[in-house]
Design a protein around this ligand. Structure first.
Ligand code: FAE
Length: 533
């Protein structure tokens, strides 16, 4: 697959992914209206099409407001030459990474050998954004993180909510907004009987056995994957997706991404348009209560092909924790939005992410066939500060490994700041700050290893390296609610500017974050529509 062919296939990426949901698999997606025009005026401009942006777009449109969404990634509505929109986790190609010439797999070694490979530079779906002390993985494209994530849709335990969003009324969240978010996202739990019988979750049953033998609470975790579709994958009646290892670089079937849920409903209102391969670079007051927004249109190699200036009455920052924080910090420092308060850029955390594998005995195989969608976890939050997903290792071969992504109560918070000399935003996270996360994860896995007579795998993250402590999948914070904004996401100093994504959450959600991001966005947009519009 040459870069040139790929470019021809995707250069019309202004097409709408939303057609896919409406037409069903196999149909030719409808082309969207033209992307935003230079000089346009829009009532509401939303930067980013992830969870926060999609909730804002849907609810504003339902309230009768026209919305234009700007997305730096691709539309992901057009199959490649292999007939698939996304590439497989085991065969990363030009579609896999955002503007890299070599893959940067989170789990980058196997049996002690590096597994990264060269790829053509392309606006692929997964960004591995490198800061000094941490690599932050993020989805790129219409649907944001929903395109690449595991779909684990977890509502934090009520007793932990006070630490997640201290200024938010928990009763309202648990009675109204978490249920609304779960319904909007299409969250469901695996059929327990099928879980017990399918070979594809043997790895999870092994994880459960080991957790329970060490006395840890084992919990099923809901997901947005269509569990009935997964059963049909096993039966061989539909094209395999999760059961063929698809996840990290996109699922071609089965997963209900935002394209199938919030964005499909937003599109159906007729009031929402999307400009993919467009990146917002500036927002500044334009007078008369409006804002001037500068947008770069890019091609699939990342080159800027046009620069557009538009005006908007209101702008929602929904570019993700990192994207929103980087924009706000730069715009404050360089004079476009000088009145943003001193909290902008602060309070960033990694949700305490740390990965590890355990080597099981030969009589305890985890299965050559593993569903790529996790469905369970080990809850040691109260006692040890760790909640561990029992994660798949869908290599297609028996590995005798149990693999885990732990979310831990890491206390460290980093800050974004403008580096004028380099012309970029830095993040001051320190690699050593992962040690508390390792210690918390060890409260689970040291005990299991002692009980089972097993050891940690040392071949998954380097040579003799146990901990995947160089990354996060769950960036949170940077424009924290009730600090950089008011208690509903209104940016201090600028009426009409809002933050509505993971940047609002102060660094940790105790579980996987997107249900909380969605529920908070539902809460905030309801208030904003009622009082500001
Ligand atoms: P996000 O979904 O990141 O959307 C932001 C969007 O803005 C992206 O599409 C960007 O391309 C776009 N953007 C950024 N800057 C600009 C700009 N300047 N101009 C235009 N567009 C821009 O934000 N969470 C869970 O709860 N469960 C899971 O199982 C899970 N698994 C994950 C697995 C992986 C590999 C990864 C990377 C993440 C996972 N997450 C999971 C995290 C989850 O996807 C993430 O918290 C949310 O996507 C964040 O939602 P936001 O709306 O904040």
């Amino acid at each position: 697959m040459s870069d040139d062919i790929s470019r021809r296939g995707f250069i019309t990426g202004a097409g709408s992914v939303l057609g896919v949901a409406a037409l069903g698999a196999g149909a030719t997606p409808a082309r969207a209206a033209a992307p935003i025009a230079d000089g346009a005026h829009v009532p509401v401009l939303v930067i980013g099409t992830g969870y926060g942006g999609s909730v804002a777009a849907l609810r504003l449109a339902q309230a009768g407001v026209n919305v234009h969404m700007i997305e730096m990634g691709m539309a992901w509505d057009t199959p490649g030459p292999d007939g698939k929109i996304f590439c497989n986790t085991r065969e990363p190609d030009y579609r896999s990474y955002w503007l890299r010439t070599r893959t940067k797999a989170p789990l980058n070694y196997f049996l002690g050998f590096p597994i990264d490979r060269d790829i053509p530079r392309h606006t692929g779906v997964l960004d591995a954004e490198e800061f000094g002390g941490i690599t932050v993985y993020q989805g790129r494209g219409v649907g944001g993180g929903s395109l690449v994530n595991g779909g684990m849709a977890v509502t934090p335990k009520r007793e932990n909510f006070g630490s997640v969003l201290p200024s938010v009324n928990a009763d309202e969240m648990y009675n109204v907004y978490y249920p609304r978010a779960n319904a909007g996202l299409g969250v469901a739990t695996i059929d327990p009987a099928w879980f017990e019988s399918t070979a594809y979750y043997q790895y999870a049953r092994v994880g459960r056995k080991h957790a329970q033998r060490s006395g840890f609470p084992f919990v099923f975790v809901p997901d947005v994957y269509d569990w009935d579709y997964m059963k049909q994958e096993e039966a061989g009646t539909v094209t395999k997706s999760a059961l063929a290892g698809e996840i990290l670089y996109g699922n071609n079937h089965g997963k209900k991404t935002l394209q199938q849920t919030y964005l499909a409903r937003a599109k159906a209102t007729g009031r929402v348009s999307v400009s993919p391969l467009h990146k917002v670079t500036s927002v500044a007051p334009a007078g008369a209560g409006r804002y001037t927004v500068v947008i770069e249109q890019i091609d699939t190699t990342g080159n800027v092909t046009a620069t557009k200036t538009v005006t908007a009455d209101r702008v929602f920052f929904a570019a993700g924790s990192v994207g929103t924080s980087k924009l706000l910090v730069r715009l404050k420092a360089t004079g476009a939005l000088p009145n943003l308060n001193g909290e902008v850029g602060k309070g960033w955390g990694d949700n305490g992410n740390v990965m590890c594998g355990r080597a099981n005995h030969m009589w305890d195989p985890t299965g050559a066939s593993q569903s790529a969608i996790p469905c369970c976890g080990i809850d040691n939050w109260a006692a040890g500060g760790a909640f561990a997903e029992v994660a798949p290792l869908p290599t297609g071969i028996e590995t005798y490994a149990s693999f885990y992504l732990s979310i831990t109560n890491n206390p460290h918070r980093a800050q974004f700041s403008w580096n004028a000399a380099a012309g970029k935003v830095d993040l001051n996270w320190q690699a050593a700050w992962k040690q508390p996360s390792i210690d918390m994860a060890k409260t689970i896995f040291d005990k299991i290893n002692a009980k089972e007579g097993t050891i940690y795998r040392t071949d998954l993250f380097g040579v003799y390296k146990i901990w995947g402590d160089h990354l996060t999948y769950h960036p949170l914070g940077g424009a924290v609610l009730n600090k950089a904004t008011d208690n509903y996401g209104r940016l201090a100093g600028y009426p009409g500017l809002y933050v509505i994504d993971g940047a609002l959450i102060p660094g940790n959600t105790t579980v996987n974050p997107f249900v909380t991001i969605t529920a908070l966005a539902e809460r905030n947009i309801e208030q904003i529509i009622a009082t500001d519009l």
